[in-house]
Design a protein around this ligand. Structure first.
Ligand code: CLF
Ligand code: SF4
Length: 491
């Protein structure tokens, strides 16, 4: 019987068919990501290549899932209301399903059987995975014994982390996120009203000083043992923004693998201290400015989606509602491991093809001397331009010039349906979302929306449908700067 592999609505009958289906009619390919196997130690590449958060390239191919099993927390953050998801690694607003370790393991098995892209299980709140360690460990132990190919990942405020580093290493957990918002206890006191440490509650600057010292201890211990540490920082205007560059330098000096500077999400409806007292989050421009200032610091993560604590799927999507406890099947399909192995084989071939094609396109673009171009891309994953403009819920923003292609950020846009109710409003919102980005590449667009976008000064091109993102961008850049008639990619 044919080996059916389901890829988010796409069903193909074998590894080769999977490759062909994803490749579509593409003639070009690419992958210009800096963080590839040529840029890092092979042992580190082996740890990050399938992790959608630790490798920008991997986020095009691999999915993560979170389970919420560790609700207890040992600190209070002013951006958190524990009735909601943990703001360290999730978007506040909706209560997650709290699971026992047994329930969580069942859910992971069910997802792994259905989603061949799944490569990582994370525990990321609400609560602290290191403080509520027994439940975290029980969950990871169960999953590891049944799904040894799934990587384990956890996120913590760091206070309890030094007590568990040896176990984390013994359990082969390669990825730990520490949320560190400042180096300064005075600033920390404005973020953390209290911490609970060694059986005692500590408030204000004293509590913040304990937390910050433990965070640095945890970072040092993990790095010394070869665990890849990502530092998350919540950017809070007027509170910790002035110290973010210094924090970036410090965590880089201590060996953090990535630094993820995330915007504060604050709303009175979330019931958080910051929400209720009117503390605002940063604008996109403020976030970008801080990230730009950190340009020479620790590698910055720019593709974070601030996931929910029960998120399932690729980073740009959330299939969590398909896998709530009540929807889990009685019997788990047995061919999940085979499907995941087939998918990984295909990704390895695809990556090699993409790199070779990018090198060729890059060679041509390298000879040109022109200003950088910003381009928005509609993609469903796989590193390709494979999404209809009307189905895009977010745009990935890239910059391309003679030195190559750089991913800048993603910008969210409401789901927009061609010909549907409110089309005009949605297009207006998309135009606003794409401020400063004059070109969009997508798989298809209707003539009406294309004309409307053109009126707003944004050119939408669907002539490179199914091409690899980087190759299409390099070809576009070369066409625009080589040819006075603006090149063959114009539709
Ligand atoms: Fe989850 Fe975090 Fe692991 Fe990723 S999320 S525990 S490192 S598997 Fe990723 Fe989500 Fe951003 Fe976190 S996109 S919020 S960085
Ligand atoms: Fe909330 Fe997470 Fe902070 Fe604990 S560490 S208070 S769960 S945001």
């Amino acid at each position: 019987m044919a080996n059916i592999i389901s890829l988010g609505g796409l069903q193909v009958a074998s590894r080769d068919e999977l490759g062909q289906a994803m490749a579509g009619g593409c003639t070009a390919s690419s992958c210009g990501t800096k963080a590839g196997p040529a840029d890092m130690d092979p042992a580190i590449w082996a740890k990050v290549k399938d992790h959608p958060c630790y490798s920008e390239e991997a986020h095009h191919y691999f999915a993560r899932m979170h389970v919420s099993v560790a609700p207890a927390c040992n600190i209070q953050c002013n951006y958190c209301n524990r009735k909601y998801d943990c703001a360290n690694e999730s978007r506040p607003g909706v209560v997650s399903e709290r699971l026992t370790p047994e329930q969580a393991a069942r859910k992971v098995l069910a997802v792994a059987a259905e989603v061949p892209q799944l490569s990582v299980l994370g525990i990321a709140g609400p609560g602290d995975a290191a403080y509520d360690w027994k439940k975290t460990k029980a969950t990871f132990d169960r999953v590891q014994s049944q799904l040894p190919d799934i990587k384990l990942c956890l996120s913590s405020n760091g206070l309890a982390m030094p007590d568990h580093v040896e176990e984390i290493v013994a359990m082969n957990i390669d990825h730990v996120t520490l949320t560190i918002n400042t180096l300064d206890p005075e600033v920390g006191a404005k973020i953390y009203p209290w911490v609970f440490f060694r059986g005692k509650r500590h408030e204000g600057v004293e509590g913040a000083a304990i937390l910050l010292a433990r965070q640095m201890e945890a970072l040092d211990m993990l790095v010394a043992r070869g665990v890849l540490v990502k530092v998350n920082s919540v950017l809070i205007p007027g509170i910790n923004d002035a110290g973010m560059v210094e924090l970036n330098r410090e965590v880089k000096a201590r060996g953090a693998f990535l630094h993820n500077i995330m915007p504060l999400i604050s709303d009175p409806a979330h019931g958080t201290h910051f929400g209720l007292t009117g503390q605002r989050g940063p604008t996109a421009a403020e976030l970008r400015a801080v990230q730009d200032q950190c340009g020479d610091g620790a590698n910055l993560m720019k593709h974070c989606r601030q996931c929910r604590a029960d998120a399932v799927g690729m980073l740009g999507e959330d299939r969590g509602q398909e896998f709530t406890l009540d929807k889990l099947p009685e019997t788990i399909a047995e061919d999940g491991e085979e499907k995941r192995a087939a998918y990984r084989d295909w990704v390895a071939r695809e990556r090699a093809d993409r790199r070779a094609a990018t090198e060729a396109a890059q060679a041509e673009a390298a000879a040109l001397a022109a200003p950088p171009m910003r381009v928005a891309v509609c993609t469903k994953g796989g590193g390709r331009i494979n999404q209809h403009f009307g189905h895009a819920t977010e745009f990935q923003i890239y910059e391309v010039d003679a030195s190559g292609v750089r991913f800048l950020t993603h910008r969210r846009a409401d789901n927009y349906c061609v010909g549907g109710h409110g089309e005009s409003d949605r297009l207006t919102e998309i135009v606003r979302t794409l401020d400063g980005v004059p070109v969009v590449l997508c798989a298809r667009i209707g003539e009406g929306p294309r004309a409307r976008m053109a009126e707003a000064g944004i050119e939408v091109i669907d002539a490179c449908a199914m091409d690899y993102i980087e190759t299409a961008l390099l070809d576009l850049y070369a066409d625009r700067n080589r040819s006075p008639d603006r090149g063959a990619l114009s539709a």
